[in-house]
Design a binder for this molecule. Structure first.
Ligand code: PHE
Length: 337
């Protein structure tokens, strides 16, 4: 039995076959176990002799199995090492990484300019009350100027804010008559417009509000000139055109020299050399009052701009819908800017 087992074990070439042989000789129904089980029928003198021989055979078989086992494991380890070799000098595969969306980038740039001028950032709810969105901004119910901003109403008194101006009122009320105030209010706004190259039912605004003693129109002009030159370059100029907003008096619309042609006239500025970029004005006394300020004591200016519009002009983009369609060929152009 010993000779047979050892011969078979020598020839074994796989882990599986080794396991089979272990069962065949040492298993519960194995050949050696069979012999040991038969010991009961032996005489008292024979038993220790046969038992001793059987144990020697078992030890010999176990030793060879162990030896084979170690050899197999070593071979397996070597095979794996060879197969899984890492070449650390190979160039890595670049993972596609995201980039900041051009609208967020421009919004951040605008915010940076004003933060640099000492403004803080205020935010407010996108679902707003009629009171904050219109009434406290000097737009009473049924006022015709409400038609300037077609709205999405949620209920009779709740709507999606049509501008970030309600944050002005909220800021003034929160400050409880304390001056000065210097904030910008960035955020999404909603208007019931049909989407086209220049309109979107949802867009981003950044609005500014300054309230304090002796704030004048010239402060507004100087601030806007500073902003425009940081945003579009030091050669950029502005011009103010009289306009109307219910919450400012006087009101103006602001143009910047065309970034494409530098003011000489081109397709983008329709030959005028100017591009409209924002609305502004001196805060209406009634608005100051509703915000908890005495218009005899303090004055203020406010301005509001569309982030999309600034981005369109800055990068010479012809269709606002590019910003929302998530076309990577479009977005990728801003990844490294
Ligand atoms: N809220 C105005 C708009 O959305 C912009 C604006 C803000 C005008 C502040 C004047 C002063 O059209």
């Amino acid at each position: 039995l010993r000779g047979e087992a050892l011969r078979e074990l020598q020839e074994v070439e796989s882990q599986g076959a080794l396991n089979d042989l272990r069962v065949k000789y040492l298993g519960k129904k194995g050949a050696l176990t069979e012999i040991l089980r038969g010991m009961g029928s032996l005489s008292a003198e024979e038993r220790p002799v046969i038992g001793g021989v059987a144990n020697d055979v078992r030890a010999a078989i176990e030793a060879v199995i162990e030896e084979k086992q170690v050899a197999f494991q070593e071979a397996e380890t070597n095979r794996r090492l060879a197969a899984e070799t890492l070449d650390v000098s190979l160039p890595g595969r670049a993972l596609p990484t995201g980039a900041i969306h051009p609208l967020n980038k421009v919004a951040q740039e605008i915010e940076d300019v004003f933060v640099g001028l000492g403004y803080s950032i205020a935010e407010g709810p996108e679902v707003e009350s009629d009171y904050y969105n219109f009434e406290a901004l000097n737009l009473p119910k049924n006022h015709p100027a409400r038609d300037m901003q077609d709205s999405f109403y949620v209920t009779e008194d709740i709507l999606m804010r049509t501008h970030t101006s309600p944050v002005q009122v909220r800021t003034m009320q929160a400050k409880k008559g304390e001056a000065p105030i210097k904030v910008i209010c960035p955020g999404k706004v909603y208007r019931r417009d049909d989407d086209d190259a220049t309109h979107s039912f949802q867009f981003n605004q950044i609005e500014g509000l300054v309230v304090g003693k002796g704030i004048r129109m010239s402060d507004l002009k100087g601030t806007l000139l500073q902003f425009v030159q940081q945003m579009f370059g030091s050669q950029a100029q502005i011009r103010l055109r009289p306009s109307f907003f219910p919450f400012t008096e006087p009101s103006a619309e602001v143009d910047v020299t065309c970034v494409q042609c530098g003011g000489h006239g081109c397709r983008m500025c329709k030959g005028t050399g100017w591009l409209e970029i924002l609305g502004c004005g001196m805060v209406h006394p009634r608005v100051l009052e509703m915000g908890g300020y005495d218009p005899e004591e303090v004055t203020g200016f406010a301005f509001g701009m569309g982030v999309e519009r600034i981005a369109l002009l800055k990068y010479g983009i012809d269709d606002i819908r590019h910003f929302y369609s998530n076309d990577l060929r479009f977005l990728g152009q801003f990844a490294r800017m």
